[in-house]
Design a protein around this ligand. Sequence first.
Ligand SMILES: [Mg+2]
Length: 363
Amino acid sequence: MEKVMSLKNISVSMEIISMSWKVLKVPLKKPFKIALGTIENYEGVIVKICTEEYCGYGEASPSPKIVGDTVDTVVAALGRFEPLIIGEDVENYGRIMETINRSMVHNSSAKAAIDFALFDILAQRANLPVKSLLGGKKDRIETSLTVDISSVEKSVKHAEELLSQGAKVLKVKIGLNPQEDIERIRAIRKITDARIRVDGNQGYSLNQAIKVLNAIDRYEIEFAEQPLPVGHEDELKILREKVPIPIMADESVHDSRDVLNLIGKVDAINIKLMKSGGIYEALKMASIARAAGMKIMVGCMIETKLAIAAGTHFALGVGVDYADLDGYWDLKEQPFEGDIYRDGYNYAPEKPGLGVTPIKELL
Ligand SMILES: [Mg+2]
């Protein structure tokens, strides 16, 4: 009987019959300021891919200054991907991603949107959360909550708010004003024993980074993300030798080739699915980083809970070291619902697939 039922299940067609997308703009609760600039709105593209039986959702959150894409280029890329995937069988996930990746270079957030939707369908079909398909190594992971750049006084207030919401790790943005950055970290350390990591978003020169990181080491900093500009990877190696705080690459690492290039230059990498073009490439990045003895964080852009769920499933499935998956916190409204955050930790929704659903009909 069991055999008959499973055979029946296998006979369900997994052919992709439709793909649609919609541009989504959501204002932020307040402008989000980092060394790279200030953002006032979330602007992304939501993708829906369907077989006869299942529909999966994906999201592209473009970032002109990091990935080099925009909502318009995402829409153009999706238009090119559509004819390549219609009629394909979702069970050939790897083959579909190879086809998409070969069809256009870059355009990683559009590729990520396809990747998430395919994984969402595969996991629904398997009746498992995506994290289980990826290895199911962890049930939860501490996520940092982000203090963006403002006056020292406002930063302390912001940190207090996040701590009152259960934050066990704070990620403090720096990189615009070395003296004020040191003061900001000192002031935040005064009010909490929580772990603190910092992110320079490429804002410093080598000398500034050496000065600031040595000055804040006394405040017990977990690691420093991307203090130097992209293209200065050899200086990251020098920095790593001159400061006691572990150095993590973020904007300098998009794909597996970048990870290879950074071996010996940094202690850790920040994998973001919008940079890697989804889970397919991110799995290779994680394998290389592990083999090279680097720590791994999974991070995010400003994203809805949909992409954050994908990042959380990936982080838990692979069992990475750190997570910075709070990109939806700043959105004024949540287009997707799903249980992700509780008391300082991110969890994967306990449903088949990615486990998040649109609050109102989006597509
Ligand atoms: Mg970063």
